[in-house]
Design a protein around this ligand. Structure first.
Ligand code: SAH
Length: 365
């Protein structure tokens, strides 16, 4: 998993196999999503045996799955080096969504996010990224199966996708390849805290997902506290790159805003957000904060979120409130910390690493 058609072609040259073999293997890996080399029955047995000696389809394994009362399923996945990552499958009315990780852990250390407390364990390679999609699709719809209504992919699991740029782009290309997973680029969304130069690069990619920006604060002063990367690329630069971003037909930039009680949910902040996003083809998703015992935040109450939404709407912004999914199994936004097993309400299970030094949570307590 993760190899491009050109790389597969190169491998088959070494095996002295005819050129079309690499296309058969590409199809078997990314379209039929076979789980063993043995199952590539259009390849001669001898060659399959040789391949099986030298390669595995994927070394990502499902370690555990957790089922939410709302139907969401969280997959705890084990990588070859015993690193753990998570993937989430979210059934919805119109299409199911698979939320995939792009890094093990995350280096950004947003103060309201559990993944941020892990720090970066390591980058995922393209094979580890697309394997998550293959594992979940095979589990939910049978090997090679897909739902008739299609699948959405969100790069919103663990990690900051734009800090693993090359692997992420390669994975997106395999997911979108009509001879591969054949998922439309318009059904894939990449979420970033705002790695400005990489957003500029993304704009130039021939195949690119939809863009979501995790904003969560309307001013640099507050955003510096919540999302440390803002110090490197402050809002002025981030908004400028968003304004220059070439949007396709019916395309919007989504802005995610985690609702933190008493911190970023005041009327005045809604007005600041309206002026910050003025002139952009922007869609705002308000995300109630998902709790964890280790996080010193409370979600804004629903009446506050509704009030914030109405102020944004009055200001002309298309604004939605995101329904939390899979909270009871630690599968919701910001809860992914590769906990094994999931923490019970009593807590006290499995440590998730120490919080990074720069994260001073006392300020918000
Ligand atoms: N690193 C990327 C991809 C992760 S997306 C990014 O931050 O955009 C995960 C989304 O969940 C982000 O919008 C993030 O701000 C949000 N989030 C993080 N912790 C959260 C929490 N505890 N509750 C609700 N949303 C949270």
């Amino acid at each position: 998993m993760g190899k491009t058609a050109a790389e597969l072609a190169e491998i088959f040259r070494r095996y002295d196999a005819p050129d079309y073999r690499h296309r058969q293997v590409f199809h078997a890996l990314y379209r039929r999503r076979v789980t063993t080399i043995e199952a590539m029955t259009d390849i001669p047995l001898r060659l399959r045996e040789e391949l099986a000696r030298d390669f595995v389809i994927t070394d990502v394994e499902v370690s555990q799955t957790f089922e939410s009362s709302d139907g969401t399923r969280r997959y705890l996945l084990r990588l070859a080096d015993a690193t753990f990552i998570e993937t989430v499958w979210i059934p919805e009315d119109y299409a199911d969504t698979i939320c995939i990780s792009t890094q093990a852990g995350c280096p950004i250390a947003c103060t309201f996010c559990m993944t941020g407390r892990l720090g970066l364990r390591r980058q995922l390679d393209a094979g580890e990224i697309v394997s998550q999609v293959a594992l979940v699709l095979n589990d939910r719809y049978g090997v090679g199966g897909s739902p008739a209504r299609g699948t959405n992919i969100v790069l919103m699991g663990m990690g900051e996708p734009l800090l693993n740029y090359e692997n992420v782009i390669r994975a997106v290309q395999l997911l979108c390849d009509p001879r591969g997973f054949n998922i439309s680029e318009r059904r894939i969304t990449l979420s970033t805290v705002g790695v400005v130069p990489r957003i500029r690069d993304l704009a130039r990619e021939p195949v690119r997902p939809e863009l979501a920006i995790s904003l969560s604060a309307p001013t640099d002063e507050l955003r510096n506290q919540l999302i440390p990367l803002n110090r490197r690329w402050p809002l002025g630069q981030l908004m400028e790159v968003c304004r220059q971003y070439p949007l396709r037909r019916n395309e919007w930039i989504s802005f995610e805003y985690v609702m933190l009680d008493g911190i970023n949910d005041r009327d005045e902040q809604a007005r600041q957000l309206v002026s910050l996003l003025r002139g952009l083809r922007a869609k705002v998703n308000l995300i109630p904060h998902n709790p964890a015992p280790e996080l010193a935040y409370r979600s804004s109450p629903m009446d506050r979120i509704l009030r914030f939404q109405s102020l944004l709407r009055e200001g002309g912004l298309l604004t939605f409130i995101r329904q939390p999914r899979g909270r009871d199994i630690d599968a919701a936004c910001g809860q992914l910390a590769a906990r094994r097993p999931p923490t019970s309400p009593a807590g006290g299970e499995e440590t998730t690493g120490t919080p990074p030094a720069q994260c001073d949570r006392r300020e918000y307590e």
